[in-house]
Every structure is written in structure tokens, then in C-alpha cells.
Design a protein around this ligand. Sequence first.
Ligand code: UDP
Length: 245
Amino acid sequence: MSVHSKLYEGKAKILYTTDDPEVLLADFKDDATAFNAQKRGSILGKGNINCSISSQLFQQLEASGIKTHFIDSPNPNQMRVKAVKIVPVEVVIRNIAAGSLCQQTGIELGTVLKQPLVEFYYKNDQLGDPLLTRDRLLLMELATAEQVDAITHLALQINDFLKNFWHSCGITLVDFKLEFGLDSQQQLLLADEISPDTCRLWNTAEADPNRRVMDKDRFRRDLGNVEDAYQEVLQRVLQAVEIKS
Ligand code: UDP
């Protein structure tokens, strides 16, 4: 496979075209940003770790019947993916209250939600990724009503699967962000990544609110040991996958 030109550089990944127009190469970076890129830094080894965790999770999801953009991972920090047109919406699924849900509603951190909450945010850095209502999403024609329904259904299915998977790693899935894309046949595929950058992951055995954090909140909130936490998540994922197979 020969790599052509840089198609797009985001905050955490660079996308390259390849000799096959249906295939892109995603290069995962060590760069870390938070608070709409107001905080910038680097997490040593993050590119390799997030690419490896995402690759494992996409393969697990595929095996459970969820269609994803994942093809393979030719190098530790690189993933070959199916080219898709990204739906410009960040889909957030929450099982436990944290982050902006607490800030915006006053619900106490750690409150277990009676049922998972699916939310849509407009993927637009200039506007600060605002929370959307379903009607606003349709008004802005970011997706069709059928696509919104299909995305909601998929998001809940993925949440069920991932909650169980992370549980088998001794990790509590608090909340996470997904992105979806449409392939050349207009088929919805799970895209982007699933990693400690995009999920809130708490060490189930740890009650201390700072020590339990195994995700990007360690970077956002300067909790220290960021690399160790990411590495620990990867080790647990690899172990869980090995036991399953
Ligand atoms: N998230 C993400 N990218 C974003 C915004 C949120 O991956 O641009 C993830 C975040 O890591 C968390 C979940 O989505 O797992 C919910 O984030 P929240 O809305 O609470 O925002 P935050 O508090 O992270 O700013």
C-alpha cells in the first residue's frame, strides 16, 4: 500500500489518502488537547496506545455485529480505515454523571443514570461543540431523521457491548464519545476512535475520585501519571481480549 498525501490533520490524528480511494490511513499522534484546544500537551506513547486500544475494540465490536471503519493496523500507531463522510456530530453516551453533564445540570458527579443518556454535540470548534437538540440537528440538516434514529440505536448497542467489555477489564465505563460516517454505499459505520482520549474510564476497584481516573481527565485535571494510566488500560484490554479468544 503506498501512502499518498495528507488529507486532514486533526488534534489527535493525521489522515492520509492511499492508492485505494476507498481506504485511508490514520496516523495517531501523541499530541493531547483539552478544553477546545486551550490546553495543549503531549502524552508519551499515546499514539501507539490509543491506536492499539481502538483497533482491539473495533475488532471486538465487528465480531459482535457492529459495522466499523476499521480495516487493519499495519503499525502500532497506524490504522487503515474505510473512507467515510463523517456525520459532523459528536455522539456522547453517558452511564454515570460526569463532566459537562454535571456542570450544566447540577447532577452530582458519580450519579448512576437510570438509563443511558445519548446526546448530540455539533462538531464545530469555532462554536465550541454546542449541545444540539434533535430538532436543531434536523434543522441544520446534519443528518436525516432515519440516520439520527439509526445512530441512536447503534450508540445504545455499542454502549451495551462496551460496558460489558470494560467491566471484564475491571473498568467502569462512565461516558464516551462516538463518531459515525457514511461509506460510498451510504452505509453508517462507526468511525474515529475509542480510547482513553474519548471515554471516561474509572478503575472499578478504586474508590478515590482522583486515583480511579484512567482516562484523559488525568491530563485535563493535571492528576499526573497520565502515561501509566493509558498503558494500564491497554494492558487490561489486551488481557481481556486474550481471555475471550
Ligand atoms: N469527549 C470527546 N471529545 C470531545 C468532547 C467530549 O471525546 O470533544 C468525550 C469525553 O472524553 C467524555 C465524553 O465525551 O468521555 C463526555 O464529555 P463531556 O461532554 O462531559 O465534556 P468534557 O467534560 O469532557 O469537556
